[in-house]
Design a protein around this ligand. Structure first.
Ligand code: CDP
Length: 219
């Protein structure tokens, strides 16, 4: 069983993906972290995230054996890393370098304790369209720009960061624009995705809607 969850920045994909993975005891992969890890490595090497050669080299050197450790780096959550991630993510050779890892995870999912799982939940931008076009269930999670910016702003403040709402809104809109307008695997709902607008729903209501959809269509 493969559950694909796509959508723009701060729409609540990660929260839904983790709740579903926990509920069904499926493995979970936040694919955004892969792009963030590449963006971060490029920044660390003092190179430009838009530089195709630099970004591709970093994407190709991500060690699949060591992936859990790489993806658990707290620096990947920084807004600067998110921005760099969306720049490297527009480069087709970077996307190609990360494809097998994501597909392998979907086909042979394993839990955090290393045990094999009966299903996988992957969240990102192109899971239902490119990475797992045959996923059993596809969600496209979205919300208004203002609601998403407000959520991200609160997350950042709670994490002790100094920022302001206007900057967060601008950053999210720029990132969404880059993600939707790129030629390689742009952000868009798969034709068979269930669209979940979370603008006026809390995390529990989103989870409940997703469970209802799965129960009606896939059980
Ligand atoms: O959590 P948030 O929504 O802020 O972003 P993320 O999921 O961590 O993804 C960071 C960036 O990676 C996105 O802005 C996309 O450019 C890119 N990404 C992608 O292109 N394809 C994916 N499957 C996942 C992320």
């Amino acid at each position: 069983m493969i559950i694909a969850i796509d959508g723009p920045a701060a729409a609540g994909k990660g929260t839904l993906a983790q709740s579903l993975a926990k509920h069904f005891n499926y493995a979970f992969l936040d694919t955004g972290r892969l792009y963030r890890a590449v963006g971060y490595a490029v920044l660390q090497a003092k190179e430009d995230p838009c530089d195709e050669n630099a970004a591709t080299r970093q994407a190709r050197t991500l060690d699949p054996q060591n992936i859990n450790k790489i993806l658990s780096n707290p620096a990947l959550r920084e807004e600067e890393t998110g921005k760099a991630a969306s720049k490297v993510a527009a480069i087709p050779s970077v996307r190609a370098a990360l494809l097998d890892l994501q597909r392998n995870f979907a086909q042979n999912p394993y839990l955090e304790n290393g045990q094999p799982a009966h299903g996988a939940v992957l969240d990102g931008r192109d899971i239902g369209t490119v990475v797992c076009p045959k996923a059993d269930v596809k969600f496209f999670v979205t919300a208004s720009d203002e609601v998403r910016a407000n959520r991200r702003y609160k997350e950042l403040i709670e994490a002790g960061k100094t920022t302001d709402y206007a900057t967060v809104l601008k950053d999210i809109q720029e990132r969404d624009k880059r993600d939707s307008q790129r030629a390689a695997a742009p952000l868009r709902p798969a034709d068979d995705a269930f669209i979940l607008d979370t603008s006026s729903l809390n995390a529990l209501q989103v989870f409940q809607s997703a469970l209802d959809y799965i129960a009606l269509n896939h059980e």
